[in-house]
Design a protein around this ligand. Sequence first.
Ligand SMILES: [Ca+2]
Ligand SMILES: [Ca+2]
Ligand SMILES: [Ca+2]
Ligand SMILES: [Ca+2]
Length: 417
Amino acid sequence: MRATAVLVLAAGLAAPLAAQSSLRFFGNGVGDVDRVKIRVDDPADALPGPPADVGAEDFTIELWLKGAAADNDAPAVSCGFNIAWIYGNIVLDRDRYNQDRKFGLSLAGGRVVFGVSGQDTGDRTVCGTSDVLDGLWHHVAVQRRRADGWMWLHVDGVLEAQADGPDGDVSYPDAGVPGSFCGGPCVNSDPFLVIGAEKHDAGPEFPSFDGFVDELRLSRSLRYGAGGFAPATAPFATDASTAALYHFDEGAGTLAGDTSGAAGGPSDGVLQLGGSPAGPLWSSDTPFAAPACGAVPYGLGLGGANVGSLSTASSCAIGTLISFDLAGFSGDSAGALALSRGTFSLPLLGGTLLIDPSKILFDLPVFTTAGGATVPLFVPPDPVLAGFTFHDQTAVFDPAQAQSWAWSNGLSITLCP
Ligand SMILES: [Ca+2]
Ligand SMILES: [Ca+2]
Ligand SMILES: [Ca+2]
Ligand SMILES: [Ca+2]
């Protein structure tokens, strides 16, 4: 008989972790403030930057945004073989000042605008067709194929523009030398992907976005076909194509963490605060409704064979004992049931890791007998825990499985009041 584990979260930690959050920018766009900066290269060396430096391969860049026309007054731009995207209210800026190999995303006349410049292969700007500055959340996805430069622009899953853009590598050059247009070399703006501001603070004719951003994902692949798609209804989980993934769920501080787990990362972002009102601010306004309380399975730890299924037989209410019921393991084994704040999808030891190893809350020991086990967890009757979501997966030593480990499916639990 062993003691029952008790869900314990450090004081002051539970509340911010319970909520999703987004970032609110205010369009200040001067003095290197009111933005998130993600470094994509170090100009002092010839080494490649972190995975957020996309563009050497196909890419998809997507995010959720919300804004009002009154706060973003850049007029419509003339799209075509030009760099007119720089005149919209800038949402994402991977510009290089007066140099090639760059791209960015802005809003002009309420429409989404996406521009790319190749190395001596020309410029192209494409424009969406729907007004996204209506005070509602919208999913924006832009894609670019390296081989022929083809560009796609989707709003809320609908293809609004596509065009044959400039060919070739548009990643930041590993030995790039920022031009001297920033009172000296633009070392503080060029080698960054900037969210929510025009990166060089070049002047009022290059305005910055005033509104909300959430759930930015950079991928090394083309995720969406021209036929459109249903936008996700929940935060993304990482996968093998994810180069960087920002949930903006920190809720405090100046770190915008990359949760992708991509090799060579993380490509973390830093909030540069300032302006009036001072941005960016953490906001509880997000595109996704809070998940209903209860337990929802997700993912398969061992491909099609659902070895070690995981379910809760009990309620998910605070002040109760939650039982994790495991079934299907092949014999007496030992392992652990791990609880994490984040989901994941990564091949590991013959199975798939479904929980974010950087956000582990704690591990519960598991001993399976006759193929199953029940793991109890007591949740204290602390009201602050209501609505808190965590994810769990069990791994046990199991000689019958590939590489001797058996992995359960995943289970997301949101605690009920
Ligand atoms: Ca082309
Ligand atoms: Ca590079
Ligand atoms: Ca470099
Ligand atoms: Ca978020």
